[in-house]
Structure formats: structure tokens, C-alpha cells
Design a protein. Structure first.
Length: 305
């Protein structure tokens, strides 16, 4: 459905989103370039006609590979941005060489993948990135949906969308092994209506990008704890655990252990971050006993000192 839909509306869509979306695309592309100085290669997942992410990355001197599920979109991209390489394919089943890209962008494309596959796609992205590489992805910014449809999108095509609530999406980013560098819910206007999207900037640990200050590491740690551990009610936590395919208590144990293992490997000057969280690990055995009404956000704040 998605491929057929974009085959029909790829150029209309590019024109329709130019005024409302291109500013955000440019801003986050530039941010990715700032966070990955010296980047040489980039992957544009859901590249469409190439005029959004692919063109800007090519202009900045990167070797760019554009991927789209719509053959007609790829045909248009080849014509409009000929200096990039292109692949017709579904990102959920795409096979690429590991550690081959410095930057990955996925602008308004992951939202067309069934949400139960978002975790595996993010894991693939993490594997495709080089250590220190940066990903920018757009996801649902409001209520989640297991799947919504429009039989006459842009007056022409059938289309499908799917996504999680922002806190769940951020948890999946962390579970994929990516550090959340920035996350913002941004509002755009589509046909007169305000629509919210979550913009996430993540980094694969290692490489030159790992040279962060202790304050940045602390902020990264607390961002992940707040979204991977600090769910404020049992229903949200259960949906999140189901998305990851794990038991809730297993999820919490894994969240803390990931951070403690990572922080334990830091330089001595930054190891102070690990010490308050270490107190939290001693309570891991009690996590499974927590009741549904437990206020996890307050617990995370206490664990951080």
C-alpha cells in the first residue's frame, strides 16, 4: 500500500510538504552534520524524490545512498539528484553492510512501517552506523496507533501509518543501542491542522562522538532513564514492554545494567555518574515486586541522587 501510494503521489507529496516540513528537515540535517564532523557517507531511508535529505547531504559533499519503497520515487530521485546511489527497498527488510554510514536520516518514513517492527528497524540502523555515527528519525509525536489508513490521501492514494507514543519510541531507540542526543516534539501544519512529530537524534556509542563532557553523559543517562525506566503508570509500561517483547521487570533490569556497564567503562573523571546509579542496582531484585501504582519517575530521580 505504501509503495503504491507514493508511486501515485510522490511529486505531489514533495510539493505539499515543501513549505511546512522542509525547514525542519534542513535544521535536523544540519544538526546531524554538526554532530558528525568529518562525515563521509550517509543513508537516507525513505528518500522520496531526493529533494529533502538526499540533496542537502550531497550538497555538503557526502556520498549518499537513498532508499525508498516506491520505484517511481526512486526514478524521480535519480533524475533530480543524480550524484547519489539509490536502492528500491523496504527498510524493514533491508540488508546493508554494517558500520558503513556516518549519518542516517529517516524523515517521515518510519511512520509508514508497522510499529511492531520499529525496534528491529532501529537496531538495523544502529548496526549500519559507524561508531560515533548519528541518526535522525521522525516518529509519532502524539497518540500512538497500531495502524491507521486513508483511502484518499492527498485526494489520490491509499496510505498507511503506524507508531508508538513518544516515550515508547525513545525507549526503542535506547534499546537499539543508540544514545539519545536530542528529542523534540515539533508541530507542523498539514491542510490547516497542527500535527505533531517526534524528532529524535541518536548516536551509536564510540568513535569521535564519544568524547562528551561528564555533564553531557549525565544528561544522556538521565534522558534514557526517564524514558526507559520512568513510566508513570502500569498501562504505559506494559505497552512499552510488549513493544520490546520482554517482561516489564526484565526491561527495568536491562535499562539500568546497560547504563551501569557503559558508565563503568568511562574515564575516572566521569565515573561519578555511575556511583548514585549503583545504589539503584542494589534494588534490582526488588523491581519485580513493585506494584502497578509505583511512581517510577520519582524512583529514577532518587536513583540519580
Amino acid at each position: 500500500m505504501v509503495a503504491e501510494g507514493y508511486d501515485r503521489v510522490h511529486q505531489v507529496y514533495a510539493d505539499w510538504t515543501a513549505a511546512s516540513h522542509d525547514g525542519l528537515r534542513r535544521r535536523y540535517t544540519d544538526l546531524a552534520l554538526e554532530l558528525a564532523p568529518g562525515a563521509r557517507t550517509a543513508l537516507d531511508l525513505g528518500c522520496g524524490t531526493g529533494r529533502h535529505g538526499t540533496a542537502r547531504l550531497v550538497e555538503r559533499g557526502l556520498e549518499v545512498t537513498g532508499v525508498d519503497i516506491s520505484p517511481r520515487s526512486i526514478d524521480a530521485a535519480r533524475a533530480q539528484v543524480p550524484d547519489a546511489a539509490y536502492v528500491v527497498g523496504d527498510m524493514a527488510g533491508l540488508e546493508l553492510v554494517p558500520s558503513s554510514f556516518d549519518i542516517v536520516v529517516a524523515f517521515y518514513s518510519l511512520i509508514h512501517v508497522p510499529r511492531e517492527l520499529h525496534g528491529s528497524v532501529l537496531t538495523r540502523i544502529a548496526a549500519w552506523l559507524r561508531p560515533g555515527g548519528v541518526v535522525v528519525a521522525t516518529m509519532f509525536g502524539g497518540r500512538g496507533s497500531a495502524g491507521s489508513y486513508d483511502d484518499a490521501w492527498l485526494d489520490t492514494a491509499r496510505m498507511y501509518w503506524s507508531g508508538w507514543e513518544p516515550e515508547v519510541s525513545l525507549g526503542l531507540v535506547g534499546a537499539a543501542g543508540l544514545q539519545v542526543v536530542r528529542s523534540e516534539v515539533e508541530t507542523v501544519v498539514e491542510d490547516g491542522d497542527d500535527v505533531q512529530f517526534l524528532w529524535v537524534v541518536g548516536r551509536r556509542p564510540g568513535g569521535a562522538g564519544a568524547a562528551q563532557t561528564r555533564h553531557t553523559r549525565y544528561a544522556d543517562c538521565m534522558t534514557m532513564l526517564s524514558f526507559r525506566v520512568a513510566q508513570r503508570d502500569a498501562d504505559e509500561a506494559q505497552r512499552w514492554a510488549e513493544a520490546l517483547g520482554v517482561d516489564r521487570s526484565e526491561l527495568l533490569r536491562d535499562a539500568l545494567r546497560r547504563h551501569l556497564d557503559r558508565l563503568a567503562s568511562e574515564d575516572d573523571v566521569d565515573r561519578w555518574v555511575a556511583s548514585p546509579l549503583d545504589d539503584g542496582e542494589r534494588s534490582l531484585g526488588d523491581i519485580a515486586e513493585w506494584g502497578p501504582a509505583e511512581d517510577w519517575a520519582d524512583w529514577a530521580a532518587d536513583a540519580a541522587g
